[in-house]
Design a protein around this ligand. Structure first.
Ligand SMILES: Nc1ncnc2c1ncn2[C@@H]1O[C@H](COP(=O)(O)OP(=O)(O)O)[C@@H](O)[C@H]1O
Ligand SMILES: [Mg+2]
Length: 237
């Protein structure tokens, strides 16, 4: 069997990109607020570490300087003057894009170069879904043009109502974007964004409504062969 036909025979979604320029693997978790991305990133990290992988769990907005500004804007501690409300949508979208380039340079790329499995809680798809719900998606995509492509993205699918119930149970103050109408719009935008990107990226939709451990098991079922294949393709330094 030729190399080309071997490549073709392997299911596309389980084959890491041979052109990755780093020994690590870049995995992204996406979904509505309450879908369980934070829960699953932590659980995946625990399971993979137990299996001998080095993992790096991170999130966007990041904990860096621009990400910190964004968190302040999302919680209403930073905004337009004279209580005119939060930062404008363009400003916020540009901050998210700036946080992303900073997060990549400061944390994600170094971790990928170390050979870690990076588990990133939200990434470009979130910008397309959230900022893209009030701005042209092409523009949001354009300002994120420098963002490295994930090797694999999991989209945790969940009903808007279930997500809202989980957020209530989780507690904490409501953030920008959390009202029901906005969440419905964002859910639709996520699907539009996935349709747009899945030709060039591996994006896997996973039923996030099932019990936590079942979701983790499904993610691991996909990840294990994916990571094994990536390790095989990476020349050891
Ligand atoms: N599959 C699940 N079933 C039930 N509850 C869940 C599930 N996944 C997460 N939760 C709970 O829902 C809340 C939101 O989860 P979280 O991981 O913070 O979501 P996200 O980071 O996507 O906003 C938490 O209280 C979490 O324990
Ligand atoms: Mg979260």
């Amino acid at each position: 069997m030729s190399a080309a036909s071997r490549r073709a025979a392997r299911p596309r979604r389980q084959a890491p990109d041979r052109r990755r320029g780093y020994p690590g693997v870049f995995v992204v978790l996406e979904g509505l607020d309450g879908a369980g991305t934070t829960t699953q990133a932590e659980r995946l990290s625990g399971a993979l570490r137990a299996e001998g992988y080095r993992t790096f769990v991170t999130r966007e907005p990041s904990d860096g300087p621009v990400g910190t500004l964004i968190r302040q804007a999302l919680t209403g501690r930073l905004g337009l003057p004279k209580t005119a409300g939060p930062l404008g949508p363009q400003t916020l979208a540009l901050l998210f894009a700036a946080d992303r380039t900073d997060h990549l340079e400061a944390q994600v790329i170094p971790a990928l170069n170390r050979g870690d499995v990076v588990l990133c809680d939200r990434y470009v798809l979130s910008s397309l879904a959230y900022q893209g719900s009030s701005l042209p998606m092409e523009w949001v995509e354009g300002i994120n043009g420098f963002a490295a492509r994930p090797d694999l993205t999991f989209f945790l699918e969940i009903d808007v109502d279930v997500a809202a119930q989980r957020r209530v149970r989780r507690g904490g103050d409501a953030e920008l974007y959390e009202d029901e109408l906005q969440q419905r719009r964002i859910a639709q935008q996520y699907l539009r964004a996935i349709e747009r990107r899945e030709r060039d990226e591996r994006i896997l939709r996973v039923d996030g409504a099932r019990p936590i451990s079942e979701v983790t098991d499904e993610l691991l079922r996909v990840l294990r062969p994916f990571l094994a294949a990536a390790a095989e393709q990476t020349p050891r330094a």
